[in-house]
Design a binder for this molecule. Sequence first.
Ligand code: FES
Length: 135
Amino acid sequence: MLASERCCDTHSFAVWYISPPLSHGNWDCAMATIYVTDRDGTEHQIDGTVGQSLMEALRELDYGVEALCGGMCSCATCHVFIESEWYTGLTPPQDDELELLEETESYQVSHSRLSCQVEFAAALAGIRLTIAPEE
Ligand code: FES
């Protein structure tokens, strides 16, 4: 299968030889949909790549995150609110991430994460998140 072929309605495009792939039916794919609500309240549908952080998908967008430190867990400009359904399945934040989040004015227990600290995985296909306000 070519990298540009659509594999299904859930996952956007299939790419072979990226590990670990998303598996369903006869297809393997390594990219899947992320639903992003921007700071204006508009929802967008973007592609996330398995094995990359959520931040890497979000920082390419005009309405995405700034990610000033480049994913070093030191700026909090990649702050997002993750819907409960998805938040509970994530690996809990490390102490340094939690300390940084708690310093933000918009911190929300059980929703706030630094998108640079969340690796996109097959189980997160269809995740819904909101970009936190700029601080
Ligand atoms: S990009 Fe700076 S903390 Fe995530």
